[in-house]
Design a protein around this ligand. Structure first.
Ligand SMILES: [Zn+2]
Ligand SMILES: [Zn+2]
Length: 332
C-alpha cells in the first residue's frame, strides 16, 4: 500500500523562528486560535472526533471496507457454508471472520485516531515566552499551520496539520500515520496480510476439492459465478497480501530503527537519540511484549468515545434520579 498511493507532501524545510535570548517579534508570528482537533473534526460533546475530510481518502477507505466485506462474502457463502465438512467450515470460518473483524477494527482505529497533531496556531508571543527558552536554543515554526514545530514533526498538506513523527499519509486509512496511531496501522497491515493469505489458501483448497467432483455439488452458486467470484478474490488477495506484507515489514523496520519513512526518504541525519530495537517496539505498542500488542481495541473503552458517552449517560441518569427524589420529598 505504499507506492504512488502514499503521498508524502511534507518536504519543506524547517523554518527557524526564534532563538532563546532574542526578542520576540509579535507581528512576525501569525497568532491563531488553538484548536483541539483536526481542521475537519466534528465536535462530539467536549471531545473532537478526528476525521479527515479528504475525498480521495474517503473513497479509498470505503473501498478498503468494501473489499474486506467482499472477501468475507466469498469465503463464507461460496466456500465455507456449502462445504460438507462441518469442522473445516467452523474452524476456518471462526479464524477468517475473527481476523477480518480485527482488520476492520484496526482500520477504524487508524482512521479515527489523532496521529499526533501539533496544536494549530500555537506560535503566539505568549506561548513562546512561556517556553522560557535558554540562550542559543532554536525552535521552528511551520509557516503553513502557524504552529511550533517540535523535533521530528512534519506538515501534512492533506491533514493541514503538523504531525509528530509523521511517517506518511495513507489514503487507504484516510489519515496520517504518526506517533499516536502507528500501532493501529501496523496491526491493520498485519491482519489484512493474514486474511489475504488465509483467503488464498482457502481458494486453493476449494479449487482442488471441486475439480475432483461436480462444481454443482461444491457451491450454491452456478459454476461460472463461483469461478468468477473466486478469481476476483484471488486477485484481490494477491494484491493486498503483497502490499500489506511489504508495508508491515517496512513499518517494523522503521520502528526498530527509530526512523520514520519521511526521515528515511529525506535522508535526515538523526539529531535525536535513537532508541534500541525493543524500546522502539515498546513505545509504539505500549508496554512490554504481550498479546495485548495485537489488540486494536486498546484504549477504546477507557478513554474512547464509547466511554465518554457512557459517562454522559450515567450523569444524565443521576440528574433524573435526583430530580425524581426531589419531587417525591417536596410533594405533600
Ligand atoms: Zn504545519
Ligand atoms: Zn495527513
Amino acid at each position: 500500500m505504499q507506492s504512488s498511493n502514499h503521498r508524502l507532501r511534507d518536504m519543506e524545510q524547517h523554518h527557524p523562528l526564534l532563538s532563546g535570548g532574542t526578542d520576540v517579534e509579535a507581528d512576525s508570528l501569525a497568532a491563531g486560535v488553538m484548536v483541539g482537533g483536526p481542521h475537519s473534526g466534528h465536535a462530539v460533546g467536549n471531545r473532537t472526533v478526528w476525521f479527515i475530510q479528504d475525498s480521495c481518502g474517503m473513497v479509498c477507505a470505503t473501498m478498503t471496507w468494501f473489499l474486506v466485506l467482499y472477501a468475507e462474502f466469498v469465503v463464507n457463502f461460496v466456500m465455507l457454508l456449502p462445504s460438507k465438512n462441518f469442522w473445516y467450515s467452523l474452524l476456518n470460518g471462526a479464524a477468517f471472520n475473527s481476523l477480518a473483524i480485527l482488520a476492520l477494527a484496526s482500520h477504524l482505529r487508524t482512521m479515527l485516531t489523532d496521529p499526533g497533531a501539533v496544536p494549530k496556531g500555537n506560535a503566539t508571543k505568549e506561548y513562546m515566552e512561556s517556553l522560557q527558552l535558554k540562550p542559543g536554543e532554536v525552535i521552528y515554526k511551520c509557516p503553513k499551520c502557524c504552529s511550533i514545530k517540535p523535533e521530528r514533526a512534519h506538515h501534512c498538506s492533506i491533514c493541514k496539520r503538523c504531525i509528530r513523527k509523521m511517517d506518511h499519509h495513507c489514503p487507504w486509512v484516510n489519515n496520517c500515520v504518526g506517533e499516536k496511531n502507528q500501532r493501529f496501522f501496523v496491526l491493520f497491515t498485519m491482519y489484512v496480510a493474514l486474511i489475504s493469505a488465509h483467503a488464498l489458501g482457502l481458494s486453493g483448497m476449494h479449487f482442488f476439492t471441486c475439480i475432483k467432483v461436480q462444481w454443482n455439488e461444491c457451491s450454491d452458486f452456478s459454476p461460472g459465478v463461483s469461478v468468477l467470484l473466486l478469481i476476483f478474490l484471488c486477485l484481490e488477495a494477491v494484491l493486498f497480501l503483497t502490499f500489506t506484507a511489504v508495508m508491515f515489514g517496512t513499518q517494523i523496520h522503521s520502528i526498530c530503527n527509530d526512523e520514520t519513512e519521511i526521515e528515511r526518504l529525506k535522508n535526515e541525519k538523526p539529531t535525536w537519540e535513537r532508541r534500541t530495537r525493543w524500546d522502539g517496539m515498546k513505545t509504539v505498542f505500549g508496554g512490554p511484549p504481550s498479546l495485548l500488542w495485537c489488540n486494536p481495541f486498546t484504549g477504546w473503552g477507557r478513554e474512547g468515545l464509547y466511554h465518554q458517552q457512557l459517562l454522559r449517560f450515567q450523569a444524565e441518569l443521576l440528574t433524573c434520579l435526583q430530580w425524581l427524589e426531589l419531587r417525591r420529598t417536596s410533594s405533600p
